[in-house]
Write a protein that binds this ligand. Structure first.
Ligand code: NAD
Ligand code: UDP
Length: 310
């Protein structure tokens, strides 16, 4: 297949590029490096079936090559510090970027695959979160540039499916980690493991009782690959249902990386969701998929990659 991936120089995008190249497909990566890394493009630059286009997909996707089978839209800042630094760009890539991807898919008769997020559930009142939950999002808060962009992206994806017949997929990704995240991306796993390796105290926001559920990248990539093969157009959660308070996460980081970590309390950011855990029954039934890499195991897999970053 010929697959165009927006956000190819990002964390998740670079793992998709790798998977599709390994499976023998041709891949076109598109990125403007707003939150990605040139080193993630360099990994594949010499590959005969990989081409890279540096472009802001909110302004258009300048692809003029042969017929595409898939447009995978993964471009968007994803870490709260990144999207709060670039709120307008984040809204644009969720809105115009998604529409440009849908138009390209429509023109090529290709499938369109949207990376949405558990953030569409906001600070959830239903726990764990099934796909049928409509969410609790502050439409004007500091996270709204991301949450509402993704909610709009889902809406326009369903509209192109319903009214233009585009063969679409939507996934809602829950907190995912692995190699090739930017060491300075500010997400909790990157912060904690780098702080632990540097011998610094772990920055726990608030009292650390808020929860998240962490998925290792390989489980996510497997779920994406399976969903491409199944005709299902409504959103599908992909995440690991093992739920941890942030102070519990700190203990797991201590077990895997160093003994006797210190913690320092930092004020809780505004609108930080108190709890998050995916209901993955739909993915289990539809895809025969379930995550099988525990947090402990995933951090062990991550560890050798991080030591190179110090
Ligand atoms: P990332 O920041 O590492 O990667 C995103 C990539 O998109 C970056 O390389 C960035 O430069 C690129 N990009 C952003 N705006 C662009 C634009 N206008 N034009 C071209 N390129 C642009 O983030 P990630 O963790 O790899 O996330 C990838 C996708 O998955 C995002 O859409 C994100 O919302 C979604 N997602 C990720 C997670 C997670 O835990 N990693 C959770 C939920 C959703
Ligand atoms: N967090 C933390 N310390 C950090 C970074 C984040 O305690 O150094 C908390 C944050 O308040 C949130 C959780 O960890 O409750 C997950 O944050 P992250 O930015 O990774 O992703 P989110 O799920 O909030 O988008």
């Amino acid at each position: 297949m010929r697959i165009l991936i927006t956000g190819s120089a990002g964390f998740v995008g670079s793992h998709l590029v790798e998977r599709f190249l390994n499976e023998g497909h041709t891949v076109i990566g598109v990125d403007n490096y707003i939150s990605g890394q040139v080193s993630n493009t360099d990994l594949f630059r010499e590959h005969p079936r990989f081409t890279f286009i540096e472009a802001d997909v909110s302004h258009g996707i300048p692809y003029t090559g042969d017929s595409l089978d898939w447009v995978m839209h993964f471009a968007s800042p994803a870490s709260p510090p990144h999207y709060q630094q670039f709120p307008v760009e984040t809204l644009m890539v969720g809105a115009q970027g998604t529409q440009n991807g849908l138009e390209l898919a429509h023109a090529h008769g290709a499938g369109f695959f949207l990376a949405s997020t558990s953030e569409v559930y906001g600070d959830p009142h239903v726990h764990p979160q099934p796909e049928t939950y409509w969410g609790n999002v502050n439409p004007i808060g500091v996270r709204s540039c991301y949450d509402e962009a993704k909610r709009y992206a889902e809406a326009i994806t369903m509209a192109y499916h319903r009214s233009r017949g585009v063969n679409t997929r939507i996934i809602r990704i829950f907190n995912t980690y692995g190699p090739r995240m930017r060491p300075d991306d500010g997400r909790v796993i990157t912060n904690f493991v780098h702080q632990a390796l540097r011998g610094e105290p772990l920055t726990v926001y608030g009292d650390g009782s808020q929860t998240r559920s962490f998925q290792y990248i390989d489980d996510l990539v497997e779920g994406i690959s399976r969903l491409m093969m199944v005709e299902y157009h409504e959103p599908v959660n992909l995440g690991n249902p093992d739920e941890f308070m942030m102070i519990e996460l700190a203990k797991v980081v201590e077990d895997v990386f160093v003994n006797n970590i210190q913690m320092v309390s930092i004020p809780l950011p505004l609108d930080d969701p108190k709890q998050r855990k995916p209901d993955v029954e739909l993915a289990r039934k539809l895809l025969g998929w379930s995550p099988n890499i525990s947090l402990q195991k995933g951090l062990n897999l991550l560890s050798p990659h991080l030591k190179n970053d110090q």
